[in-house]
Write a protein that binds this ligand. Sequence first.
Ligand code: IVH
Length: 665
Amino acid sequence: MNPKERIIELRRVLHEHNYRYYVLNAPVISDFEFDSLMRELQDLEAANPDMYDPASPSMRVGSDITKEFKQVFHKYPMLSLGNTYSKAEVAEFYERVKRFLNEDFEICCEMKFDGTSISLTYINGRLTQAVTRGDGEKGDDVTANVKTIRSIPLVLSGDDYPAEFEIRGEVLMPWDVFERLNVERDRNGEQLFANPRNAASGTLKLQDSSVVAKRGLDAFLYFMLGEQLPAAGHFENLKAAERWGFKISSLTRKCSTLDEVFDFIDTMDVERKNLPFATDGIVLKVNSLRQQKNLGYTAKSPRWAIAYKFQAERALTRLNEVTYQVGRTGVVTPVANLDPVQLSGTIVKRASLHNSDIIEKLDLHIGDMVYVEKGGEIIPKITGVDTESRFMLGEKVMFIKKCPECGTPLMRNEGEAAHYCPNDTSCPPQIKSRIEHFVSRDAMNIDSIGPETVELLFNYNMIKDIADIYTLQAEDLMFLPRMGLKSAENVVGAIKASLEVPFERVLFALGIRFVGATVAKRLARAFVNIENIMNASLDELKDVEEIGERIAASVINFFAKEENRVLVARLRDAGVNFTYTEKEGTVKSDKLAGMSIVISGVFTHHSRDEYKNIIEQNGGKNVGSISKLTSFILAGENMGPSKLEKAQKLGIRIMNEDEFLALLQ
Ligand code: IVH
């Protein structure tokens, strides 16, 4: 088999295994085998660029090229659904349809998935475009991001699909993925997502599809549109879509009577609590496409469909106390301590009160009977007070003025709801969680030091900041509770091994607010060492792709503090790595030696930062503005008109990406 035939074969096989794994949940090969086939395909594709295929399974890993989303008009507007909140309203809908049609009809009942909607276009069995709902008329073209969702087929199976059609559905983030993501964001000092719906839509709008690829999104499809659909009924069309490789929910039932619809609602209101993803109701659709057409649409929604929203579960219980938690970045969160109460299958004892404004709005008093709800969020919240049952008014809840941990007066930034403790250098929970972050797996990976060990080391006064970790000796450690000589030696070994951790992870480990793993990587690549970052101006920081005002300001603030500069110096003395080294295997030559190259426009094969690196690795110099001395311009799409004019005037060569890459081959 020649390489080209092998590429085609591998693509077919990988599409198949992908479908078995992500849609059917029934893999037949191991992850390892899957990964090696994928690697073989990626290598062959890299060696045979003429075999480029936007629907190749290798496209699922995404790329970090930044592009603004293109706005696309929907061929058919994306409407919303009318909502109902009671069975009586569902009955009204049913009767309305019955009166209008005056003939037998069936209702297809489905789950209402609580994610973000997407419209996919397939032409000749290949995914060509994925667009968000936007304002219903036009949305964002998020095709690159959607391609990373493994349960969405890039190429369809079978041969009876229409030449062109659209299929709509919901992109979701399963509960377990959502919870893991929030733990990670919390560790990085990033704002938490309130619910999986926000997490899914936020992820879909990320600029870097290689980050999207790692976020574990999933998708269910529930609505097919086109001129030549396979069947005369909605349910049957979805069955056909299922054969072509789409993920269609099995929790769908065709009902012929209102009682059957009610039965579905009752069953699902219980079943939904066991589902691995969030749902917020049931959607009822008249099944026959002919009848749908007769019923038609109002300006906002179809007359042939309606949503029934589940009641958020609510419980009434007593508020005993409000306590306050201090997070890694110093934000103080009020927590309601309650009489234990059963809610959505778990016992709730605590609920978040978010911030002082919410406490004020609820006019909370200790001893009040409060309503607790679990909406789409994992942390229950207090939504109201049962003032009727107040027979004696308890003490009014007043937000604290001082940090409960270190006594420092709390602060609040203009326009922000949260109070925070500004004592970031010696407030114990802030220090402890910074240390936990520093040793965590994606940071310095000193995983033999868990949160309990951090607690012990801190309480025994053995470490007061992250640099103290490098002073720890096995002889000292072995006297800690539950630690013998062997584990002490392991800890010291892991600390020593952390000196090999690459700079970008060290930078992430420092715990600078808003500097997550991806941002750290970009900064490390762009500035090469810590001195350059410490001395960079706001504008220089903002010049790096994806780094905006907020992140740049946070980096500046961090290094403006003398104690952080001292910390870096102490870490460096301990041998921690503060210089970026390119991974092995990158092209290196002197083909661009002595050349000054200007980069302009938007690229498809590599990001700007990557091109900057490629130029440097091949001996060239990347310069900002065009002059007589410019050797050539590496131009992507949408090169600025003034640059173009200047280049033409000076007779400087404009090279596109492909020519540039060919030059380096
Ligand atoms: S059908 C014209 N089916 O609910 C009908 N929508 O409020 C198009 N949704 O924007 C929608 N699950 O994001 C339909 N099984 C389901 C659904 C569903 C969730 C969402 C969808 C839509 C919103 C309508």
